[in-house]
Design a protein around this ligand. Structure first.
Ligand code: ADP
Ligand code: ASP
Ligand code: MG
Length: 445
């Protein structure tokens, strides 16, 4: 028997109909005994995710009317699902308790976590499986950083203890949250149920981590922008990490870390089309797979570039260090730093400059005395990612050619030192057009 982690995202659990599909997938293999669930997602484009409803509920504490309206939407959605699944679970009483506890909390985390908690309660009841709360199992340090070793140990012990008492039964676990050592709930950042699945896979040394969602794998480019994007058959952990960091939101960017260390593959699959092959995320691409020049592309809007120019800059020792130190002191992380002989650009998220721009400009002028200092906002970064890229000599030319054809000006280019990505800066106004055009790279051999 294989040891499989089966995680369903919110889109796979949006209502009773979706839950039934997910449960059919679980029941179709005896190997699928460890199930991780997200909160109910959107049923359609206009709908709200359950997690957003819970967060809105917490944030409207002082507006009785709004607060009551959100509460009723939440209750109705859960009552409808429980009724349609015909399970014996008094979800209304559970919700009343949640709402009254929420009012006493001074952070949003407890309330935000309840979507996953209720999903796991409902699905374990429907599956007649064991419910295992992750609250006191996934442990965060006081600085909100995960204590990985303690978490792995806790997961292993909790599951072994259930299996000793009850045998190899199915266990349903809520994603997205754990707690500080004192038991106070902490959530991951949004989309974090993916991380829970990865932690459990690592703790149990699983054969595979299946991540079920609403697309048939990681697509070459965000399918909301380029409909013609095709699923990637195999992708390495490093490539996936680059893509998810740069905006491919199909998997939380921190998911890869626990499983990549021990080489557990992640299989992304579609709950609505379970027969599709999906994407395998692995440490190295098997030799039978056809390697393309580019594995995938992803991008984000909202960056700024600060350009410094100074004659004979290259002769001034420590110039770059002094510049980076200014950002360091302000607690700002710098995304890229392309340099020329007499120029340096600092590329960073625009929001980091909010309220600090003048101070930083003054500090740069005072410390570094550049001949020219200019700031350009509204820049998008696009990452072209692939381990096969270094063998493709004309790839950069091809990228420029595609963008030039669309009349898109390249403002920056940075070839990452890992050799698996090229970052291109273009205007925010050209972002969608640029990504769409670059999706042509999927056909490049
Ligand atoms: P889940 O509810 O399963 O957690 P998410 O919404 O978190 O699902 O992730 C799936 C979504 O990620 C897709 O519906 C798609 O809109 C988006 N997405 C962004 N980039 C990509 C990509 N490169 N490939 C596939 N999906 C992507
Ligand atoms: N429910 C959480 C969110 O909406 C976590 C997750 O879905 O992964 O962000
Ligand atoms: Mg997700």
């Amino acid at each position: 028997m294989k040891n499989v982690i089966t995680k369903f995202g919110g889109s796979s659990l949006a209502d009773a109909g979706q839950i039934k599909k997910a449960v059919d997938i679980v029941l179709s293999s005896e190997d699928r005994r460890y199930i991780v669930v997200s909160a109910f997602g959107k049923r359609n484009a206009e709908d709200e995710k359950m997690t957003d409803l819970f967060i809105d509920y917490y944030n409207t504490k002082d507006d009785i009317e709004k607060n009551e309206a959100i509460k009723n939407i939440i209750i109705d959605r859960y009552e409808e699902a429980v009724k349609e699944l015909s399970i014996d679970y008094d979800v209304k009483s559970e919700l009343e308790e949640i709402f009254s506890l929420s009012a006493k909390m001074n952070t949003v985390d407890y309330t935000a976590s309840r979507g996953e908690y209720l999903s796991a309660k409902i699905i374990s009841s429907y599956l007649k499986a064991e419910f295992l709360d992750m609250q006191k199992i996934i442990i965060f340090n006081d600085n909100k950083k995960l204590d990985y070793e303690l978490t792995y140990k806790n997961i292993k012990e909790a599951i072994e203890s259930i299996e000793e008492r009850k045998g190899k039964i199915r266990i349903v676990m809520p994603g997205f949250y754990g707690s500080f050592r004192d038991g106070k709930i902490v959530t991951f950042s949004r989309g974090g149920s993916d991380i829970t699945g990865s932690l459990i896979a690592r703790a149990l040394n699983s054969d595979i981590y299946e991540n079920w969602t609403d697309v048939s794998g990681v697509m070459f480019v965000d399918p909301r922008i380029a409909k013609e994007a095709k699923p990637i058959e195999y992708i390495t952990y490093s490539e996936l990490r680059e893509l998810s960091y740069m905006g491919a939101s199909v998997l939380h960017e921190e998911t890869v870390y626990p499983v990549s260390k021990v080489g557990i593959p992640i299989h992304i699959m579609n709950t609505n089309n379970p027969k599709d092959a999906g994407t395998m995320i692995v440490s190295s691409i098997p030799s039978i797979a056809k390697r393309k020049a580019v594995t995938g592309i992803a991008g984000k809007k909202g960056f700024s570039s600060i350009l410094l120019q100074k004659a004979l800059m290259n002769e001034e020792i420590g110039y770059l260090a002094k510049l980076l130190n200014i950002f360091d002191k302000e607690g700002i992380s710098v995304e890229h730093c392309p340099t020329g002989i007499d120029t340096i650009s600092i590329v960073l998220r625009s929001e980091f400059l909010d309220g600090k721009k003048e101070k930083i400009v003054d500090e740069i002028k005072k410390t570094l005395n550049p001949d020219i200092l200019s700031i350009e906002e509204g820049i998008s970064l696009i990452a072209v990612v692939g381990e096969g890229m270094s063998h493709h000599k004309e790839l950069l030319m091809k990228i420029f050619e595609i963008l030039a054809k669309e009349n898109i000006q390249v403002k920056m280019i940075d070839q990452g030192s890992s050799g698996i990505n090229v970052i291109i800066g273009i205007s925010d106004n050209d972002f969608e057009k640029g990504l769409k055009a670059l999706s042509l790279l999927q056909y490049e051999e």
